[in-house]
Design a protein around this ligand. Structure first.
Ligand SMILES: Nc1ncnc2c1ncn2[C@@H]1O[C@H](COP(=O)(O)OP(=O)(O)OP(=O)(O)O)[C@@H](O)[C@H]1O
Length: 249
């Protein structure tokens, strides 16, 4: 197990999930579906533990980028290097749909695929998302927000060094989504995972990320650092939001 650096303050519940985040190096990455090139010559470095949001108009290539990093879509040209500190480090993906198995309870969904010694990480992750008391509940007995919390716990229970999130809160109402932002903010701090978040929500990107990439027509047209410390107040982010908004339209 990766040791927890002494400088990191972690919650006793989720501290055991701490990992060294992966670093990513993309060089001249292009992806084509048949004759259509949807990512053009993307070159990008992401540091361990960094949180990067990817925003942009529909069809800009955001999900394609995420799928290449997840190993679900092959690149056409260029290289993708994911450097991980531990040999058994993992990449996990969380989608907009919870993708829970309806015939399994919350904890069984979270621990599915974990080895016996790793099961405890599942319990801690479920506690970390505030659902330790609903371990036996089936997905249909949980609200949409609770199901997404179980899906987040399932991703974190694998102690990923890289967490890929594809519009994970897109189907939730605004209030539930705001709660999920606070939760994810805390859990990413606790776990140290490098995170890439695809989102349509600029406020979400600016609240959670260290960097915001704007992907337009398959090109990275902005790579903005978010200078304010987290947790962030919406007002402080307004100039960045206005800037990104103007680049989106
Ligand atoms: N499997 C596929 N086969 C062919 N074309 C695809 C495939 N997946 C995506 N595309 C096309 O690639 C382009 C980029 O799609 P992608 O899903 O990466 O964009 P996106 O920025 O995530 O869009 P959205 O915000 O709408 O989810 C789109 O034109 C889409 O139609």
């Amino acid at each position: 197990m990766t040791a927890v650096p002494s400088s990191v303050t972690v919650s006793p519940r989720t501290g055991a999930l701490h990992v060294t985040g992966a670093s990513l190096h993309l060089q001249g990455l292009s992806v084509a579906y048949g004759a259509a090139t949807v990512l053009h010559d993307v070159t990008l470095d992401i540091a361990p533990g960094e949180r990067v949001a990817v925003v942009g108009a529909s069809g800009g290539g955001k999900t394609t980028l995420l799928r290449v990093l997840a190993g679900l879509t092959p690149s056409s040209t260029g290289t993708v290097q994911i450097e991980q500190a531990a040999r058994d480090a993992r990449v996990r993906v969380m989608f907009q749909e919870d993708r829970l198995l309806p015939w399994l309870g919350a904890l069984d969904n979270v621990t599915l695929g974990l080895s016996r010694p790793e099961r405890d990480f599942g319990r801690r992750a479920l506690e970390g998302v505030g659902l330790g008391h609903r371990a036996a509940a089936y997905p249909h007995e949980l609200s949409g927000g609770q199901r997404q919390r179980v899906a987040l716990a399932r991703a974190l229970a694998h102690r990923p060094s890289l967490l890929l999130l594809d519009e994970p809160f897109g189907a939730l109402d605004a209030l539930t989504r705001a709660g999920m932002h606070d939760l994810l903010d805390t859990l990413l701090d606790d776990t140290g995972a490098t995170a890439l978040l695809v989102t349509h929500d600029l406020d979400e990107a600016l609240k959670l990320a260290d960097r915001v990439l704007l992907l337009s027509g398959g090109h990275v047209t902005e790579d903005l650092r978010v200078p304010t410390a987290r947790p962030r107040q919406r007002a402080a982010l307004e100039p960045l939001r206005v800037h990104l908004e103007s680049r989106l339209h």
